[in-house]
Design a binder for this molecule. Structure first.
Ligand code: MG
Length: 331
């Protein structure tokens, strides 16, 4: 199974490189000529603990994550990304390529790449940043190395691209996550020397205190993810994150929400506002979960919302309205 997937991936890589080369060159020129967020900030870098632009000035990205590609493939299209960039003022979107649940990347890599490719290319076309998220809760080292070899080869020259190499390690020790991360980072850095790489930590990206005790060494432009759900995660997670930052750990909130930690339950509007104020005061970039239409609190859209954007206010669920307002206000 895994061997077949790798062969399919290699063939897709070859065909995509051959077919997309000229198109991508055109996109790159468009971005350089425009006044988009990527034209403005260019190649991102990490200075100290701060995400910074090409000139070295601090940058805060704010945006939305698509849901799992294998659960909500209908939102993985160019028009949805264009709408998020234009109407929502997202400066970053996240493509959450699922490694679990039916029809995931391990089962069907061709479909996964069909989903994420237009999202990445639309982000490039619209001059915003895009997180390529290896959306796994378990460890798939060989699959990650193959996948990021392909992504770095295709997109490593684009300043738009951010790699997230392990969404949320659930029940793994930090030394396991660290070893995995070092291996995957090595693969990416052998192809792409500079784009930002986001690294996870144990317990759904909450154990930044363990990272702070033993961070990855001798690699530039990596940041560690923290994920929160405001109705569940109280001040302790902000305090733990503050401590990590103080000890030199760069933090990127690549997924967050106003709901409870299971994605459902109460929408904690006040707690969300507290979290946003906290992130803004520390210049932490953040991405809200998720552009999807399930009957749950953290899904932003109603089932009758179109797949291609054009989402009027009445098509946004309460969390969708709150997230959109927070993104627009910040950006
Ligand atoms: Mg690069």
């Amino acid at each position: 199974m895994k061997g077949n997937n790798r062969i399919v991936t290699m063939l897709l890589l070859l065909s995509t490189v051959i077919s997309c080369g000229s198109v991508q060159q055109g996109n790159k020129n468009d971005v350089a000529a425009g006044s988009t967020v990527v034209a403005q900030h260019g190649q991102l870098q990490v200075i100290g603990t701060q995400l910074s632009n090409e000139k070295g000035d601090p940058v805060v990205l704010r945006g939305a994550s698509l849901g799992w590609h294998n659960l909500w493939p209908r939102f993985y299209n160019r028009e949805a990304v264009k709408w998020l960039a234009g109407d929502w003022k997202c400066t970053v979107v996240r493509a959450a390529m699922g490694l679990e649940i039916d029809d995931n990347y391990r089962d069907n890599s061709e479909f996964a790449l069909q989903c994420i490719t237009p999202v990445i290319e639309a982000a490039i076309d619209n001059g915003i940043y895009v997180i390529i998220d290896f959306h796994a809760h378990n460890k798939y080292t060989e699959e990650a190395k193959g996948f990021f070899t392909e992504m770095a080869t295709r997109y490593g020259d684009y300043p738009n691209v951010i790699y997230e190499i392990w969404n949320e390690p659930d029940y793994f020790e930090w030394d396991e996550v660290k070893a995995y991360s070092e291996e995957v980072i090595g693969v990416i850095r052998s192809i792409d020397p500079d784009n930002i790489i986001l690294v996870g930590s144990p317990h759904w990206d909450q154990d930044l205190h363990l990272v702070a005790e033993d961070p990855i060494q001798d690699v530039t432009n990596i940041m560690y993810t923290m994920h929160f759900y405001a109705a569940t995660h109280e001040a302790w997670l902000r305090e733990r994150t503050d401590d990590a930052i103080t000890s030199g750990i760069p933090v990127f909130v690549s997924e967050c929400g106003g709901s409870e930690a299971n994605g459902d339950g109460r929408l904690g509007t006040e707690e969300w506002k507290t979290y946003v104020e906290w992130m803004e005061s520390r210049k932490i970039s953040w991405v809200a979960w998720s552009v999807s239409d399930k009957n749950e609190t953290c899904s932003m859209l109603l089932p009758r919302a179109s797949s291609e954007g054009n989402w009027s206010e009445e098509l946004l669920k309460p969390w969708g309205k709150l997230a959109r307002n927070s993104i627009r206000r910040g950006n």
